[in-house]
Design a protein around this ligand. Structure first.
Ligand code: IVH
Length: 679
């Protein structure tokens, strides 16, 4: 076949089909005036495919038929941008636009500035490299310096020309935005929905998903659009470089690159704000989503004089539209329990389409926030959503309040496990105290329990914990000790050998230390050091379990917040039961005699530290005093026994002088510890 001569008529027909298909793409994606239906387009496309099948010599790489995607990739290669892809400074208020114009005028020393103004496309920035008129490399923005090579995917984007007219400069890097037109997004979601597949939140997410497909045939099926707004690296060759942004975009248009028709050139601040309002008014009727407009000083020579600050140009500004706000009704206020036991009130809302997505719920953050906004079930509230930010309830419309609508109160018991809900002093977040039993916290609690610094059960990681909990095999850490090889081997991706290893690790973990055991319980604020202090101080678990507030406060570094946290954890009968079960399961350690807190040489004495001591760091000095039963206080009072002062003491030294508190240096403190008296 390869040698078959191509009849001139056929070659002409192929060329015509190619030009027509490109023109239809241009009308559809760029001019927003499709001239043919999808079916007509498809029929022309199939005709060209058939010709190319019969006469492969006609199947040029830049034919529209080649835009169907190819072999899936395993990853995207990195691409270093020849010219970095920077970002824009953002403004929301008119005053910020005014300040921008003022800065520009002052820096240039001119009365009025001409600006090129454009829509701010809500898509994904890409760079397209054309060499000798051929599309050779397409990349994402990435971090601005290095992006990903998505050439195969961008080849399937019909709005992107594969070949530029002969007048193109020898090297042209086009910068622009890939996005999905609203109508293609609606069609895609309808198709996904009826196929029972997941639908996309908004056109931007759909476009992002399509662009980052390793399988370019999927990208091809998603209909992406593209608009150019600038250039990166260029070798102009014989082409006269344009002097303005306006001239550049005209040149790109002449090269058949897609340029949005909504752009304009305006004068001065009035021109900027007039454009902002005009586009804002048309926003809903545009074929694509935008999140604002972009102002660019039109003259390139002016742009160069203005330059850049950090990563954004001084000559351009993105003036964004305010986040969309709409009213809807609060159907209920639910309370969610997070992995750490935090209780979050969440407003369930009557579905409302705002900021490009359907919102059905909004977080109310915490109890105080609900009170402050006074949100109640049945209220009409204003919901706001901007960009990819989570939706929020802005305020209540007071006139919507139902008579007798009750105020929101956080439940006293955890909705997941019934344990007591507690809120520690100074914290905004209320938490479930059933750390070892609460289903919401289960996976987190188990992972912590098994972690290296806790009971150190090797092999009991994320995936296994997920499976064990989901299969209902493990509810509390005590259940871990009931697992056997047969139960584990029955799980997904768990060979007999690995099951045996996990069981061996579980068995090994039975012999532990009291400090590790206390840490493994996952009591809020009880880290490794506190756990070790508690273990050393109380010596046995039973003494700790029996400790009251007073006894706990005697432990080194333990303050009121920690005490509350420990007491609340231990007050939960569920938690105590798990501790008992763990001991019955054979978890054990060597107990020591409880430390007599008041038996040291410094017992009964209170010290205050100030200034820099010659050899002891502050924590070391504190530890030294506390080990000997002394207390360290933060400020000097009549109750202070000694002030320990180093270099550059603060006002504490004066205070000690006023109150007649004796002052020691480091050496004297050490002597007291060794000899029990001051030298
Ligand atoms: S010009 C030096 N023009 O906004 C920066 N950017 O914050 C040159 N964007 O991700 C950018 N519409 O992709 C420019 N008409 C437009 C734009 C636009 C959207 C995006 C751009 C980048 C972000 C910059």
């Amino acid at each position: 076949m390869a040698t078959t001569a191509v009849p001139a008529k056929i070659a002409q027909r192929a060329a015509k089909l190619r030009t027509d298909l490109d023109a239809h793409n241009y009308r559809y994606y760029v001019e927003d005036t499709p001239a043919v239906s999808d079916a007509e387009y498809d029929s022309l496309f199939r005709e060209l495919e058939a010709i190319e099948r019969d006469y492969p010599a006609l199947a040029t790489p830049d034919s529209p038929t080649q835009r169907v995607g190819g072999q899936p990739a395993t990853e995207f290669d990195p691409v270093t941008h020849r010219v970095p892809m920077l970002s824009l400074n953002n403004a929301f208020a008119d005053e910020e636009a005014e300040a921008f114009d003022r800065r520009v005028r002052t820096a240039l020393g001119v009365e009025r500035v001409d600006y090129a103004v454009e829509p701010k496309f809500d898509g994904l920035a890409v760079s397209l490299v054309y060499e000798q008129g051929h599309f050779t490399l397409g990349a994402t923005r990435g971090d601005g310096y290095t992006g990903e090579n998505v050439t195969a995917n961008l080849t399937t984007v019909r709005a992107i020309p594969m070949r530029l007219p002969a007048a193109a400069p020898p090297l042209l890097e086009v910068r622009g935005e890939v996005l999905m037109l609203k109508r293609d997004f609606a069609a895609l979601n309808a198709a996904q929905g009826s196929a029972g597949e997941k639908t996309f939140v908004n056109p931007r997410n759909a476009a992002a998903g399509a662009l980052r497909q390793l399988d370019s045939t999927i990208t091809a099926s998603r209909r992406l659009a593209f608009f150019a707004y600038g250039v990166g690296a260029v070798d102009w060759g014989d082409v006269t470089p344009p002097a303005t942004q306006d001239a550049l975009l005209k040149l790109l248009t002449a090269l058949r690159l897609p340029i949005a028709s909504q752009r304009s050139v305006v004068r001065g601040l009035e021109g900027l704000l007039g454009y902002y309002r005009a586009i804002g008014g048309k926003r809903d009727n545009l074929p694509f989503q935008i999140d604002g407009v972009v102002y660019k000083v039109n003259q390139f020579e002016h742009q160069e004089r203005l330059g850049f600050v950090s990563r954004a140009p001084r000559f351009a500004l993105a003036h964004k539209f305010p986040a969309e706000e709409l009213p809807t009704e609060v159907l209920a206020i639910n309370v969610q329990v997070g992995r750490t036991g935090a209780l979050t009130p969440v407003a369930r809302l009557k579905p409302v389409f705002v900021g490009g997505v359907t919102v059905v719920s909004a977080t109310l953050h915490n109890e105080d926030e609900v009170r402050r906004k006074d949100v109640r079930v049945g209220d009409t509230v204003i919901v706001r959503r901007a960009g990819d930010v989570i939706p929020e309830v802005v305020r209540v419309l007071p006139e919507s309040r139902q008579p007798n609508a009750p105020q929101f109160v956080l439940p006293k018991r955890c909705p997941e496990c019934g344990s007591k809900v507690v809120r520690l002093p100074d914290e905004a977040i209320a938490r479930c105290s059933g750390g070892l039993v609460c289903p919401a916290q289960r996976k987190q609690a188990l992972l912590h329990f098994a972690s290296r610094r806790a009971l150190d059960i090797e092999g009991l990681g994320d995936k296994l914990v997920d499976q064990l909990v989901d299969a209902g095999l493990v509810h509390t850490p005590a259940d871990i000790y009931k697992l056997d090889v047969a139960a584990l081997a029955a799980l997904d991706r768990m060979a007999d050998k690995s099951a045996a290893n996990v069981v061996a690790a579980i068995n090994k973990s039975r012999a532990t230390t009291l400090a590790r055991f206390i840490y493994a319980l996952g009591i809020r604020h009880v880290g490794e050091t506190t756990a070790a202090d508690l273990a050393r101080h109380f010596g046995t678990l039973d003494t700790l379990l029996a400790a009251d507030e007073h006894a706990l406060l005697e432990v080194r570094d333990v303050g009121p917040v920690l005490v509350q946290s420990i007491l609340q954890f231990l007050a939960e009968a569920h938690n105590r039961k798990v501790i008992a079960d763990l001991r019955s399961a054979g978890v054990h350690w060597t107990e020591t005699a409880p430390r007599k807190a008041l038996a040291g040489k410094l017992s009964g004495l209170t010290f205050v530290l100030t200034g820099t001591l010659p050899t002891l760091a502050r924590d070391d000095a504190k530890a030294l005093i506390e080990e000997q039963g002394g207390k360290v206080a933060g400020s000097v009072s009549k109750k202070t026994s000694y002030l320990v002062a180093g270099a550059d003491p603060g006002s504490k030294l004066d205070k000690a002088g006023e109150l007649g508190v004796p002052v020691l240096d480091e050496q004297q403190l050490k002597a007291m510890v060794t000899d029990g008296r001051i030298k």
